[in-house]
Design a protein around this ligand. Structure first.
Ligand code: SF4
Length: 258
């Protein structure tokens, strides 16, 4: 992970970061959170995985629906006897073609299979064991930098490992769903996921711990999959319509149609 000032791309970003938040800005994310919570209710509590299992899950889950991602973890355990949380050696030692067969239900299994095997081999080579439990001793930014040294592991995956696993650290997971909703709401200037996370973290109240950040991500993701979908957002019934420039534009255009 870069430092904040390194990551921001413009002097305006750095200046904005240093300026204190107005009360309205400080309530931006909590307000969205309250509206989503009122509409959808509390998300189910997450069953926390150990850091390595979460890393494997996040790698396989890219561009794949959640039920399929959960199923593929069970497929790995079924296909490679002895494999499971704390024991992923049978997957590491399997052939790429066997891994590809086991993960066939996710998107791009031909790309994910060699990447997964290579990642498990590299972790073993660097640490002398196939476990990420040692990361619990590190600061969050160090953990994320360590994870992101591996090919194919970006900020989204490193955030998921630190926030969704038993590490339970503060991070906001900006996947494609989360990014779409935040961009439509114009909460921060449009940017890639890594920059968006940095910018959004400035609006996250100090009092939001790892569980709260996870709850926020779950609510925004649920909203992205329910109403704020990729190709046909349902803005009329959306609980965020009053504060959403995109939704207001969409609904005004509908009213103007003959
Ligand atoms: S109003 Fe429409 S575009 Fe805005 S968040 Fe809701 S569904 Fe998405």
């Amino acid at each position: 992970m870069s430092t904040t000032t390194e990551l921001f791309t413009s002097p305006e970003d750095v200046a904005t970061f240093r300026r204190p938040l107005t009360p309205e800005q400080a309530d931006k994310l909590p307000h969205i959170h309250r509206l989503l919570l009122g509409y959808y209710g509390e998300p189910k509590p997450r069953e926390l995985r150990d850091p390595l299992s979460q890393l494997i899950y996040s790698l396989l889950a890219a561009r794949t629906k959640t039920p399929t991602s959960n199923q593929v973890m069970r497929e790995l355990e079924r296909s490679f006897p002895g494999a499971g949380p704390g024991h992923w050696e049978p997957v590491r030692d399997a052939s790429v073609s066997d891994i590809e067969r086991a993960i066939a239900i996710v998107t791009f299994p031909d790309q994910k299979a060699p990447r997964l095997k290579d990642l498990l081999l590299q972790i073993t080579a660097r640490t002398g064991a196939l476990s990420l439990d040692f990361l619990a001793r590190y600061r969050t930014d160090k953990i994320r930098a360590w994870l992101e040294q591996f090919e194919g592991i970006g900020p989204q995956v490193s955030a998921a490992v630190v926030n969704f696993s038993t590490l339970r650290r503060r991070a906001l997971v900006i996947d494609a769903n989360h990014l779409r909703v935040i961009q439509r709401l114009c909460v921060v200037p449009r940017a890639d996921a890594a920059t968006t996370e940095e910018r959004l973290m400035r609006f996250v109240p100090e009092t939001w711990d790892a569980e709260m950040l996870d709850e926020d991500h779950s609510l925004v993701k649920l909203h992205a999959q329910t109403l704020c979908t990729f190709d046909s957002p349902k803005c009329e019934p959306c609980p965020l319509l009053k504060i959403c420039p995109t939704g207001q534009r969409n609904t005004n255009e509908l009213k103007l149609e003959p």
